[in-house]
Design a protein around this ligand. Sequence first.
Ligand code: BES
Ligand code: MN
Ligand code: ZN
Length: 493
Amino acid sequence: MDITVKQTPPVGLKTPCLVTVVHEKQKLSPSAALLDAASKGYLSRIVKADELGKGKTLLVHRVPGVAADRVLLVGGGKANAAAQADIKKALQAVNAALEECGASGAALYLDDWRLEDADTKRVARMLGEVLTAAAYRFNELKTKDNKPSKLKRVTLLGKDRRQIAAAQEGARIGAAVGRGVNFARNLANRPANVCTPTHLAAQARELKKGQRKLRVDVLEEKRMRELGMGSLLSVASGTREPAKLIVFEYRGGPAKQKPVVLVGKGVTFDTGGISLKPAAAMDEMKFDMCGAASVFGAIQCCVELDLPLNVVGLVPATENMPGGEATRPGDIVTSMSGQTIEILNTDAEGRLILADALSYAERFNPDVVIDIATLTGACVIALGEHASGLMSSDQKLAERLLAAGVAADDRCWQLPLWEEYQQSLKSNFADMANIGGRSAGTITAACFLSRFTKQYRWAHLDIAGTAWLNGAKKGATGRPVPLLMEFLLQRVR
Ligand code: BES
Ligand code: MN
Ligand code: ZN
């Protein structure tokens, strides 16, 4: 879908569908007021008869005096500036209504969409991101009902040159973030027999094509063995799929600038290994590579926006299967850091692959390292699907991520990483065990990771609850790509 910005008054605009906002108490938005005047009160008569609730839509054909084929009214709630989450809901309703009527294009009036504390650029960015993400379908494996979205063009209408310029810049960023989100969702929605570690490596090479500022390197198991990555390899030993460590190096900033390193858990399917998971909803463990997918999405977005930053992406990718050569509970392995690990539960595999990837991150001399992982079921219990878990050894970094989450409407919530929690990882036979007790599972998982991140500032995002939805809307969300991009964009200024 294309998003363009135009300086055109809405009344005379020829478009398949003009979207206009109506607020509470029949208060018309700027564009609705213009259309109402042109149609001699037609719209205000409609909303008088049929009050439009927040996020409700009403499609009207052939409004007198208006050039658009259709006018789509959408309830915008209170007339003063709205919260981002409300606008998102309204836009999703707009997208659904546009799909239903089959319009190939639509236009929105920028002044209708007033967002608290936000200028035109920010509003256009949000419109670009949300509309791009709302048009997403995952149909590549359906032979019927697989029509792509009919909506091809969205035009944002502005009233003067300055507003247009700001909106163009915002829409460009928003659309790129939306495409990053959709890319992450595509990788994650693909089943594990398609999206293998080898598939992820091929996708990384695809991203690299023609991009001078992006380097892609794929480390094979042989190289991992040479590097001493016994922890990562212990997870890969139970499957026939070869593990990969995918390395993206995006060099958009000055050569001397220390990079942000993003590390994404890429377990393409998590059976639990010998500590086998129960059968119920096990299909959802194809989403256990959503951290990896978010790194792919963020890297694609950096490339597309040509960001003047250095960003490294590391994706340890493997399956976790109970094959004949699988790791047994009680096995002890040596990580790349030299620390030994007693694997008491083979289902706590994410931290094992991340440990070696986090050690590998040291060689990039990072400014900060952020890992993103569907790491613990306990995080779903603690925070549900609304916030990702955040733990960090650096409070400044944590606060930046919290703020980025709020600004991007992709929030995270901090949990403590106090020294006291480290005790639960004690092992009688090795430097540490790979699991703590029953309590504070999200925190003890982060404690485990913290032992491999002593050389730099580090934060951990547990996205077990936010990375995908289940039930009727089952599918990847693309989170936390918006949060990561907000965090990176903040560093540009
Ligand atoms: N990938 C899972 C975590 C998970 C479970 C995410 C359910 C989303 C939904 C992870 O590898 C795992 O199995 N973690 C275990 C750790 C435990 C054995 C200490 C868990 O959370 O049960
Ligand atoms: Mn597991
Ligand atoms: Zn897992």
